[in-house]
Design a protein around this ligand. Structure first.
Ligand code: PBG
Length: 328
């Protein structure tokens, strides 16, 4: 039998564009770059500390001195931005440690900036590690207060700006905080400090390992009265629109992978950069399955990051940033 008799008469053969690495790469619609990555980093008091977070293999809590070393490694690898999270020495009901000029974040900012002035440093703005309740806002009679919290977040943001933050990143989901923070920063002359708002942040179960890392698990209830319902998408657009109107420079969708439809809608509806947060639970699930030999963790991570980019995120917060940068 003549083989050509079997040939299908096809004009379009999509596989032509997949037949070699060279061809696949020239037709690739999306690519991941080191420029897209932001590394979240946990700092605490002490010296010479580098302790692994039990539920986040490969992720550590650093004291300021070791954090500087880590930042230098990140910078040398081509990662240009970090997001700082602090474990304060004391937790108080008024959250006042959050704006202590000598608090952990403020000291870390000054120390890292002194060594790496060009590194873009973002700081988390929310009260969960700073009060005994583990909620992002102040608490009275079991209620998470809005306006009183915003007042504290403004003080916190200004103290971060004073210590050298390039961006503050409010992750608290209180109403009106972006406008209030923008005004507070401007009043103090910090017009160049940007705001990356966690605009569409969902009440998600994917944050568990992060709360272990920072010892910030809510001591009662959950975060559903301020973080968004995972069932909603139109509401995400409303939150994003409000934050942009109030002065957000960059908006974030969080978590990442399970919320790529939100990332896509944000990208299509707005012109500010959209960030996605590949959160702790997403990271740890992949690492755990990789340790069991059930999946190739590295390939799953790289694919996940690429998918966030494809969905429309131009900035990706990920605990895998360092490993990813080594391969990019
Ligand atoms: C705190 C905050 C959280 C995360 C970032 N900022 C936790 C939460 O809202 O409970 C989660 C990050 C992660 O899971 O990696 N406001």
């Amino acid at each position: 039998m003549n083989d050509t008799a079997l040939l299908l008469n096809l004009v379009q053969r999509p596989r032509r564009l997949r037949q070699s690495e060279a061809i696949r790469s020239i037709v690739a619609e999306t690519s991941l770059s080191k420029n897209d990555l932001v590394f979240p980093i946990f700092v605490k008091d002490g010296e010479g500390v580098k302790e692994e977070v039990p539920s986040m293999p490969g992720i550590f809590r650093y004291s300021i001195d070791t954090a500087i070393q880590e930042c230098r490694e990140l910078w040398d690898l081509g990662i240009k931005a970090i997001d700082l999270f602090g474990m304060p020495k004391v937790k108080t009901e008024d959250g006042s440690e959050a704006y202590n000029e000598d608090g952990i974040i403020q000291r870390a900012l000054r120390a890292i900036k002194a060594e790496l002035p060009d590194l873009c440093i973002m700081t988390d703005v929310a009260l969960d590690p700073f009060t005994p309740f583990g909620h992002d806002g102040l608490v009275r009679d079991g209620e998470i207060l809005n306006d009183e919290t915003v007042d504290v977040l403004c003080k916190m943001s200004v103290s971060h700006a004073r210590a050298g933050a390039n961006f503050v990143s409010p992750s608290d989901m209180m109403d009106g905080r972006i406008g209030a923070i923008r005004e507070a920063l401007d009043d103090e002359g910090f017009t160049k400090v940007g705001i990356l708002s966690y605009a569409a942040k969902y009440a998600s179960s994917f944050y568990g390992p992060f709360r272990d890392a920072l010892n910030s698990t809510p001591q009662f209830g959950d975060k559903q009265t301020y973080q968004m319902n995972p069932a909603n998408t139109d509401e995400a657009l409303k939150e994003i629109q409000l934050d942009i109107e109030e002065g957000a420079d960059i908006v974030m969708v969080k978590p990442g992978l399970a919320y790529l439809d939100i990332v896509r809608r944000a990208r299509e509806n707005f012109t500010v950069p959209v960030a996605a947060y590949h959160v702790s639970g997403e990271y740890s699930m992949v690492m755990a399955a990789g340790e069991k030999g059930w999946i190739d963790a590295n390939r799953v991570m790289m694919e996940s990051l690429l998918c966030m980019k494809r969905a429309g995120a131009s900035i990706i917060f990920t605990y895998y940033a360092k490993e990813a940068a080594k391969q990019l």
